[in-house]
Design a protein around this ligand. Structure first.
Ligand SMILES: Nc1nc2c(ncn2[C@@H]2O[C@H](COP(=O)(O)OP(=O)(O)OP(=O)(O)O)[C@@H](O)[C@H]2O)c(=O)[nH]1
Ligand SMILES: [Mg+2]
Length: 401
């Protein structure tokens, strides 16, 4: 896999962030040395430093099922394992929102799974994050791709429950599949949320990847819509060149994504995947390009965006090309172009965000410190003037004696 570009961009960003952190530490020492520190100033400085320390880069993949979200994650980030590491297949595959990241405090890699029954309690995923015992722990060996694949398959598990139970957990029963061999039951995801921590260069640098299930997940888990997605720097809406924009694609776009695209800090990309489905080996490149252009223009019209705002890719070809080391096939998949655009834009937005949330505050603090120092200087000059005039008065008195 060649995510070297994203990696070096993230590296540059991390260094920039570390530099700001170092300068803040020096500023704090200077404030103490010159006795200009105040509880309010210290508080604000701590907040800024905490923001820098906790800062993560999040990229989320959303869209209807089988559009290739998980395949694209495999192609962009995990092709170096030489296999399809996250489960991706025909039909509904990813069953619950899945966060992939690197937990610095944990000694080993892990998968933590929140049972679907927790939906009955009515508490949010955020509140369950604080209760580790509610999560089922699956150990993960990041050095063994075969074991990793097996452990990840657990995330995609489903279970058979009665229609009433499914409804009580907030599922729209008419959208669920019947359980095989159990006609009175329906299949629901076994897990509500998955958190996966393992050592990977990009995850270690602070990247979080969010994979979402296509099956009406955005409606079912309000937290995804209101918290996880708005916090992401990049959101990729996956479409398929073989289906175009369907009614459900349009619904996801209009209800959950379009407003986020208006925010300066969030990059929203519509990605037309499966472009290999449009390639006709018996036709010329120009013919194939034209056919793809027509589909792209049609999708853009339906989403009310410009055609060049839709990125085109074949995640599957991109993954296979990297696993087999075929450069020509990789270029044809258009995966490298997507990666370049993503990494540039993601880092630019991230810097913008930090500038707004930290640098602006720091400017205000520095301005405050400068004013304090100027006031002190004025007072000192005033005192000096008084002392000088006292001295000349004393001299005059002495001379007059
Ligand atoms: N031909 C072709 N097939 C693809 C491409 N990308 C993904 N697929 C296939 O499409 C199917 C669905 O892919 P997934 O990655 O599981 O789709 P998903 O959007 O994650 O679906 P859910 O997890 O169910 O929401 C799999 O069989 C993939 O191999 C592509 O670029 N071209
Ligand atoms: Mg998936």
């Amino acid at each position: 896999m060649d995510s070297a570009r994203l990696s070096s961009q993230m590296d540059a960003y991390l260094q920039w962030r570390q530099e700001i952190f170092r300068e803040l530490t020096r500023y704090r020492a200077w404030l103490n040395e010159h006795h200009v520190q105040s509880p309010d100033l210290e508080n604000k400085l701590q907040q800024a430093m905490q923001t820098l320390r906790d800062d993560r880069i999040t990229i989320a993949f959303v869209g209807e099922f089988s559009r290739g979200k998980t395949e694209l994650i495999n192609a962009l980030f995990f092709a170096h394992y030489g296999t399809r590491i996250l489960p991706s297949g025909a039909g509904r595959t990813t069953m619950c929102p899945t966060e992939l990241f690197f937990d610095q405090r944990a000694q080993d890699s892990y998968i933590r799974l929140l049972p679907i029954e927790t939906r009955m309690v009515g508490s949010s995923i955020a509140s369950f994050r604080k209760i580790p015992e509610k999560w089922v722990l699956v150990p993960l060996n990041a050095k063994d791709p075969k074991m990793m694949k097996k452990a990840f398959a657990e995330v995609a598990n489903s279970k058979a429950v009665s229609a009433n139970e499914a409804a009580a957990m907030g599922f729209q029963v008419e959208l669920l599949e019947p359980a095989p061999d159990k006609p009175d039951k329906v299949l629901i995801p076994a897990w509500r949320h998955a958190m996966i921590s393992f050592d990977h260069p990009l995850l270690r640098q602070g990247l979080t990847i969010i994979d979402t299930p296509g099956l009406n997940a955005l409606g079912c888990e309000p937290e995804l819509t209101f918290s996880l997605l708005p916090e992401a720097q990049s959101i990729l809406l996956l479409l398929s060149a073989s289906t175009g924009v369907s009614a459900t694609d349009l619904d996801i776009w209009n209800r959950h994504i379009r407003d986020l695209a208006l925010r300066e800090s969030t990059g929203v990309y519509a990605v037309l995947n499966k472009i290999d489905a449009v390639w006709d080996e018996l036709e010329s490149d120009a013919y194939n390009q034209k056919a793809l252009g027509t589909i792209r223009a049609q999708c853009a019209r339906q989403l009310s965006i410009a055609p060049d705002e839709i990125l085109t890719v074949s995640a599957k070809e991109g993954l296979l090309a990297q696993v087999s080391g075929n450069q020509a096939r990789l270029q044809k998949s258009q995966l490298p172009a997507l990666e370049e655009l993503l990494s540039n834009d993601m880092m630019r937005r991230k810097e913008l965000l930090i500038q707004k949330s930290v640098i602006r505050d720091i400017h205000a603090l520095l301005h405050g410190s400068k004013k304090t120092l100027l006031r002190r200087r004025e007072n000192a000059l005033e005192e000096l003037k008084v002392m000088k005039s006292d001295e000349s008065n004393r001299k005059e008195q002495l001379d007059n004696r």
